[in-house]
Design a protein around this ligand. Structure first.
Ligand code: NAP
Length: 257
């Protein structure tokens, strides 16, 4: 709809880790708002591709294992070649490893920090270099959305590398906003609360933890990936052109308690 500041018609987005969970919810929400999507990940996002195409939008599969920064250059080159350019980057791919801090291994530290923080930064750098080439020319702004966590604000328990990585994502979001706002790019983050996905399957299956979590959520339910999609559409849209370095909690009220 012309003049609708939330309309993403013609915009080109890439979403990492889009085959399932929050990434799928975001990809479908951006497509419903009008964007074409590059689905980046190590598992082919065939179901998400169908859901995006059902909205009449283009969905391109871009294979990449983001546990190292090796593929970032090719991801951006492929996205630009298939979509024309990249207007929106959603850094969603992420992993978690659980163990007591006293026993936590270097392997579990590196795996999580490399995927959730190091690759996120270098993919964002590669997309940022592409965005600054066009951002000041046509009045459109580039939009970068990082997926943070409640553990961007809180300490958590038995997830030291995850907490470190997601706290780092919060800091990087602000740093990049400080550097790139003047260059025509908005950098923000979404901090999902407790969302029912593979990432939280162990918590959902633990009756005690499940009850404790639900007791603290004012909305009284686990979030759904679609709950995160709406926030992503907002941050990706013109409606958020003056929103910078913000970490938007979408948590059913968890942090308000
Ligand atoms: P999920 O269902 O486990 O999805 C994680 C996604 O990341 C999958 O698409 C996964 O691909 C991808 N991924 C992981 N490692 C990758 C790698 N090396 N290369 C490429 N892709 C990789 O979990 P989710 O809950 O939707 O998580 C999405 C994001 O939200 C994560 O950053 C997570 O930390 C964050 N988050 C989740 C919650 C929650 O409550 N669920 C709360 C706060 C933040 P594969 O399927 O191939 O593994």
């Amino acid at each position: 709809m012309a003049g609708n500041p939330f309309d993403l018609t013609g915009r080109k987005a890439i979403v990492t880790g889009a085959n399932t969970g929050i990434g799928q919810g975001i990809a479908v929400a951006l497509a419903k708002a009008g964007a074409d999507i590059g689905l980046v990940g190590r598992s082919a996002a065939l179901e998400t591709q169908e859901l995006v195409q059902a909205q009449g939008r283009k969905a391109v599969l871009i294979g990449a294992d983001l546990s190292s920064i090796g593929p970032v250059g090719e991801v951006v080159a492929e996205a630009v070649s298939e979509l024309g350019r990249v207007d929106i980057l959603v850094n969603n791919a992420g992993i978690i490893r659980r163990d007591d801090a006293l026993d936590f291994t270097e392997a579990d530290w590196d795996a999580v920090v490399d995927t959730n923080l190091k690759t996120l930064f270098f993919l964002t750098q590669a997309v940022g270099r592409h965005m600054v080439e066009w951002a000041s020319q046509d009045g459109e702004r580039g939009k970068i959305i990082n997926i943070a966590s409640m553990l961007t604000f809180q300490g958590g328990i038995r997830v030291p590398s995850y907490t470190a990585s997601k706290s780092g994502v919060g800091g990087l979001t602000k740093l990049l906003a400080n550097e790139w706002a003047i260059k025509g790019i908005n950098v923000n983050a979404i901090a999902p609360g407790y969302i029912a996905t593979n990432n939280t399957a162990a918590l959902q299956a633990d009756a005690t933890r499940n009850r404790q979590i639900l007791e603290r959520i004012p909305e009284g339910r686990w979030g759904d990936p679609a709950d995160i999609g709406g926030a992503a559409v907002f941050l990706a849209s013109k409606a958020a052109d003056y929103v910078q370095g913000h970490i938007l909690a979408v948590d059913g009220g968890w942090l308000a308690r």
